[in-house]
Design a protein around this ligand. Structure first.
Ligand code: ZN
Length: 128
């Protein structure tokens, strides 16, 4: 799980609008996404939020489109819940939580006891 691997597999940036989402993102797929804006001055994507959907990425992105907080999105499909969770954690840490609008660390799917591959946020939960 590396940034190079993500950059190779992630989509192009698209306008975050329901119609555009429907044109590019299949329904009923798992996947992760980044929301933000393509920079005018350097060929990069300014990431403001990361996320994932464990059920329907298309629907999740259309929810964000209705919020109208972010102009563009990029996405990547994942095949399993574990892969989806690990990728969201990777992106969350890669893009620096202090710069993202994400309020909390990515959550695990219901009933899963996985650790974050990048930090120990879930490691002491049995003591709480
Ligand atoms: Zn973490």
């Amino acid at each position: 799980m590396t940034k190079e691997e993500f950059e190779k597999n992630v989509s192009n940036p698209y306008e975050l609008h329901s119609i555009v989402v429907n044109n590019h993102v299949a329904t009923d797929r798992l996947g992760v996404y980044i929301l933000g804006q393509t920079s005018d001055t350097w060929s990069d994507f300014f990431v403001q939020r990361v996320g994932r959907s464990d059920g329907d990425l298309n629907e999740r992105l259309r929810q964000h489109a209705r919020e109208k907080k972010y102009p563009e999105f990029m996405f990547m499909y994942c095949d399993t819940l574990k892969e989806n969770f690990d990728w969201e954690c990777f992106l969350y840490h890669e893009f620096d939580p202090s710069l993202l609008n994400n309020d909390i660390h990515p959550d695990r799917p219901e009933g899963k006891r996985w650790s974050c591959p990048n930090c120990d946020v879930f490691d002491n939960e049995s003591n709480q």
